[in-house]
Write a protein that binds this ligand. Structure first.
Ligand code: NCD
Length: 303
């Protein structure tokens, strides 16, 4: 039985197969409409989410399956003190596969160890968010036709942003990727990540001003300042509007640069950018459903 804890759990060849399947689902949805008839997905969300949870639910419903779960730790037995290990043993009796989001780093791994059904990490604290990364990679591959030879700018909260941490780990496996980390000093990408990149000889640079590098980017991955992970309100207020992507900044970018964002957006992308053909963040949401459908089918060994 296979779980998904990190995007690195799949080799790049396996990812290619997964993305081919997602593209086929996009082209031929009716072919997949009943593959999960009678199967159940449990969504165990101990932390707020709209997109990821509904994306998983929509994915399972599109496959003909059904969904059970909770979207708030307060309404689950966690409020009574139940451990994730016990919860997953119980959920294993009710469902065929489980997507779990938890504020504690590593909680879905603890669950996976005790689980009789595949567990998908749907975000664990500031650590990893593998299905967002699968979404990001599928979006890039579908819209650009490749996953190598890019200069990618990651901008915003690179310290607490788990989507960024997962995406860097996944992209560094492809050839000729150059990372540009754009953040205020306080929100720099963690040392463990830059140390690994240095060890592996992967090229990256860090900078503060988005304008300085905009013209060199093939991809720009914007992120929200992660309010819920700050220790004090004052720092958050000072940093929250540090970057605002607007039309004048887009005018500095290449004509075929893509703007990605895991969403939710706060102020970091001005709504005037939404109509720019380079804005790919709403398409990304749609790709998220296809890739989760492909993932459910793969982990349930139905393809
Ligand atoms: C991201 C997350 O939860 O980490 N959202 C998502 O799942 N699409 C990004 C964020 O919350 O900023």
């Amino acid at each position: 039985m296979r779980h998904l804890m990190s995007p690195l759990d799949f080799s790049t060849e396996e990812l290619d197969k997964l993305f081919d399947l997602a593209n086929d689902i996009e082209q031929n949805p009716s072919k997949y409409a009943h593959i999960c008839d009678g199967k159940k997905l449990a969504t165990c969300f101990y932390e707020p989410s709209t997109r990821t949870r509904l994306s998983f639910e929509s994915a399972m419903l599109n496959l003909g399956g059904s969904v059970i779960g909770f979207s708030d730790a307060g309404s689950s037995s966690a409020a009574k003190g139940e451990s994730v290990s016990d919860t997953i043993r119980v959920i294993s009796c009710f469902a065929d596969i489980c997507a779990m989001r938890h504020p504690k780093e590593g909680a879905p791994m603890v669950a996976a160890e005790k689980s009789n059904i595949p567990v998908i990490n749907a975000g664990d604290g500031g650590h990893q968010h593998p299905t967002q990364t699968l979404t990001d990679l599928l979006t890039i591959r579908s819209l650009k036709g490749r996953l190598d030879n890019f200069t990618i700018g990651l901008c915003g909260d690179l310290k607490f942003g788990r989507t960024v941490h997962s995406l860097i780990g996944a992209l560094e496996r492809y050839d000729n990727i150059h990372f540009i980390f754009i953040s205020p000093n306080e929100l720099r990408v963690p040392d463990y990540i830059t140390d690994t990149l240095t060890e592996k000889g992967i090229s990256f640079e860090e900078c503060i001003r988005l304008e300085d590098v905009m013209g060199r980017l093939d991809l720009l991955y914007m992120t929200r300042v992660q309010k819920e992970r700050f220790f004090n309100e004052e720092d958050y207020v000072r940093l929250k509007d540090f970057y605002i992507l607007d039309k004048p900044k887009m005018a500095l970018a290449k004509e075929d640069m893509l703007v990605l964002h895991p969403l939710p957006r706060v102020n970091e992308i001005s709504v005037e950018v939404d109509d720019d053909p380079r804005a790919a963040y709403f398409k990304q949401v749609q790709y998220g459903v296809y890739v989760r459908m492909a993932l459910i089918l793969t982990l349930l060994e139905l393809v």
